[in-house]
Design a protein around this ligand. Structure first.
Ligand code: 2RA
Length: 342
């Protein structure tokens, strides 16, 4: 049956991509509500050739809907997610508010679809963090085929991971820098991003690990069902508008052959392998071939250690890393008939 759907955070970087992807999907929609903070009231969006006006989340008491997508930050999800779920919605949350909650499945439909076999008691499903999604989608065929000793990675995360503020920080900061200024950085960025790289994404905890690095470990373990997975990372913000990249070193318990790895990656749905010859070919954020795919290149066994494998992984962090995965969760929920709750 056609569904009532609400998008909370509809005017943000992820929300606007979600409206586009939902419009292009085959999900039957009876009513789409676009909700955002009060300063976005009256803004409009086109959805399947109809104009939709943005409403203020704080000023509505009608929150009954079938699916509520949240992408407005952890505080909004923490406050409003349970209220929407209590009214029967299936809440699909893009924030970090509930990802590690035992009553909330953390779902990558290509990796752990069974996590959404039944409606979660909380009525909430969590979307993993963007840098986790592309990592785990690339790792899945390899960590299920071979025993892993440890994983070490560095991320190169685009400005859009910081939302529209992040994109503006990069673009206006670049203009300022070209005019000879340093310019202030947006509140999400400890230092200006233009012509720079920042080895910090999210707050830094006392042990020196940033929130983003902590998310990579915790979320990968939960999604893969590998509570003892050894994974360590450095998450870096780079002056790229959109598209996260990751240099990943996987040390297995046994030696691996490049041909085996190529075969596993080629067969993985939604993974696009760049391996023109044996070692040539790699993806870059500006020239992603398909915003729905995880692109993998620079696949090579460490010549000094046959148990070590390097891969380079690039994906559109707004699509693969957020909006598309949230939509795939909705399609999975519909297929599993877990829409509509209490
Ligand atoms: C970032 N992964 O890139 C975080 C949140 N999107 O800023």
């Amino acid at each position: 049956r056609p569904l009532d759907i609400s998008i909370i955070g509809a005017t943000g970087a992820v929300g606007t991509v979600l409206i586009k992807l939902l419009g292009a999907s085959h999900i039957p929609v009876n009513r789409l509500r676009l909700l955002a903070s009060s300063n976005s009231i009256g803004r409009q969006s086109t959805f399947r050739d109809e104009i939709c006006f943005v409403e203020s989340l704080g000023e509505t008491d009608d929150i009954k809907t079938d699916i509520a997508f949240f992408s407005a930050g952890g505080a909004v999800s923490a406050k409003w997610g349970p209220l929407f779920a209590a009214q029967g919605a299936l809440v699909i949350d893009n924030s970090n508010a509930f990802r590690m909650d035992p009553d909330v499945p953390l779902v990558l439909p290509q990796v752990n679809p069974s996590a959404l076999a039944v409606r979660p008691r909380s009525g909430i499903v969590a979307n993993p963090n963007c840098s986790t999604i592309q990592l785990v989608r690339a790792l899945r065929p390899l960590v299920t085929a071979f025993d892993v000793h440890q994983i070490i990675l560095t991320t190169y995360q685009a400005a859009s991971g910081g939302g529209l503020i992040g994109i503006d920080e990069l673009l206006s900061g670049t203009r300022t820098a070209l005019d000879g200024g340093a310019g202030p950085s947006a509140e999400r960025f400890p230092v200006p991003l233009a012509f720079n790289v920042i080895p910090q994404v999210g707050e830094t905890a006392p042990e020196g690990v940033t929130l983003e690095e902590r998310k990579l470990i915790q979320e990968s373990r939960k999604i893969l069902g590998m509570p003892h997975l050894q994974l360590t990372s450095t998450c870096v913000r780079v002056p790229v508008v959109n598209g996260h990249s990751e240099a990943i070193y996987i040390e297995f318990e046994e030696p691996v052959r490049l041909e085996q790895v190529h075969e596993l990656l080629v067969k993985e749905p939604g993974v696009r392998l760049f391996a023109d010859g044996i070692h040539e070919g790699y993806p870059t954020p500006r020239f992603l071939e398909d915003p729905a795919d995880v692109h993998v290149g620079r696949v090579r066994v460490n010549p000094e250690n046959p148990r070590g494998l390097w891969i380079w992984v690039v994906a559109d962090n707004l699509q693969v890393g957020a909006a598309l995965n949230a939509l795939l969760i909705a399609q999975l929920a519909i297929a599993n008939n877990v829409i509509g709750g209490t």
